[in-house]
Design a protein around this ligand. Structure first.
Ligand code: ISE
Length: 360
């Protein structure tokens, strides 16, 4: 940026459902930013989304990253494209918000961690939006303030109403369980050291031979246990709950406690959340606003390359656990310049997000 108070000019790579959602947010609800360039594998899709927000469509993602009218990049392309695209952002020295996964294998993720460390400044944020959800923020604060005493166990439930047929157990680990991996690291402030995946009777909604649901059991460095029920074809709704059990009590989030109605039909109840955009819409917008604000200050204010790498490493162990049925140890290299804080935390700490102007 030439002026510190100028809008952050953003290239969005990949405008499938998530990328298009972010383009819309950046153009309507997020302050201090504007989308100048849109890129997608499908040129007509890029052109249509670009036209909606007064941006230009660029066919080559690397031309988009290196364009003169781009100060920062948001990557929402398929995971297999992330490695080269994130590296190109580092080469140019501009901030990048990359949807998970950081890359699709441990080695390339670690190389990115090392490359950013060598640059001496943080440029990468990874799209673990749950860290910006008001309920997760409140839970984290409760733990940090000692309200639960020593947290002993985290129980997670992650249910999707439906997914495409290619979504097998390994895919579910990489694409869905990855969120609980980050949540566990965020809430407990320590690394995950081993993973076990148990599958029982599968739902008849799952394709033949696909294990769904799964119970994933993580162990952390200090020996805490995290359980995750991962069920991606419930046929019901989007349900993400987290309960932390500590020495002084327990706390639960994600109870869908919205408007409760008692009707003349003799029934009572509220609305169930259909999908992740509805459940985490506010979190996505807070994430974007904090990323934009931080980028304009020349910094990063959210989960970074190390968190992306750690998630890839744990998911890789998770995939091995699916394949072998064994408890698999997570293989992680040393964090460059590691100090006591091994789990990166947002620069702004765990303060409640400012929701002003960030409602989907
Ligand atoms: C999806 O990619 C997400 O990120 C959602 O948050 C998660 O609930 C879903 O299972 C994933 O497929």
């Amino acid at each position: 940026m030439s002026e510190t108070d100028a809008d952050l000019r953003i290239a969005v790579l990949g405008v499938g459902a998530m990328g298009a959602f972010h383009v819309n947010a950046l153009s309507t609800r997020i302050h201090g930013a504007r989308v100048t360039v849109v890129n997608d594998f499908f040129a007509d899709k890029a052109a249509a989304i670009a036209a909606e927000v007064g941006a230009r469509a660029v066919a080559d993602p690397f031309d988009a990253i290196n364009a003169d009218d781009v100060d920062a990049v948001l990557i929402a392309t398929p995971g297999s494209a992330h490695d080269e695209q994130v590296n190109a952002c580092l080469d140019r020295g501009i901030p990048v918000l990359c949807e998970k996964p950081l890359t699709t294998d441990i080695e390339s993720s670690y190389k990115i961690v090392q490359k950013e460390a060598a640059l001496g400044r943080r440029l990468i944020q990874v799209g673990f939006m749950r860290r910006f959800d008001p309920e997760y923020v409140a839970l984290k604060r409760l733990i940090t303030d000692g309200g639960l005493g020593n947290p002993l166990i985290v129980h997670c439930t992650h249910r999707n109403p439906d997914v495409p047929p290619h979504f097998n157990a390994e895919f579910a680990v990489r694409d869905s369980v990855v969120h609980e991996v980050d949540v566990a690291r965020f809430l407990l402030d320590e690394e995950i050291t081993s993973v076990r995946v148990i599958s029982g009777v599968a739902t008849s909604r799952a394709p033949q031979g696909v294990a769904d649901p799964l119970i994933v059991v993580f162990e952390t460095e200090s020996g805490r246990i995290v359980t995750d029920e991962m069920f991606v074809r419930t046929g019901v709704a989007y349900e993400v709950r987290t309960e932390v059990v500590g020495e002084l009590g327990s706390a639960t989030i994600g109870l869908d406690q919205n408007l409760q109605v008692k009707g003349t039909d003799g029934r009572w109840g509220g609305a169930i959340t259909p999908g992740f955009v509805e459940r985490f819409g506010v979190a996505y917008d807070v994430e974007l606003q904090r990323w934009v604000d931080a980028a304009r200050r020349g910094t990063v204010d959210g989960p970074g390359a190390w968190d992306g790498y750690a998630a890839v490493a744990v998911c890789e162990a998770g995939v091995q656990a699916v394949r072998t049925g064994e408890t698999v140890t997570v293989q992680m290299s040393v964090r460059p310049g590691a100090s006591d804080d091994t789990v990166a935390e947002p620069e702004g700490g765990i303060t409640a997000p400012d929701l002003e102007g960030a409602r989907p």
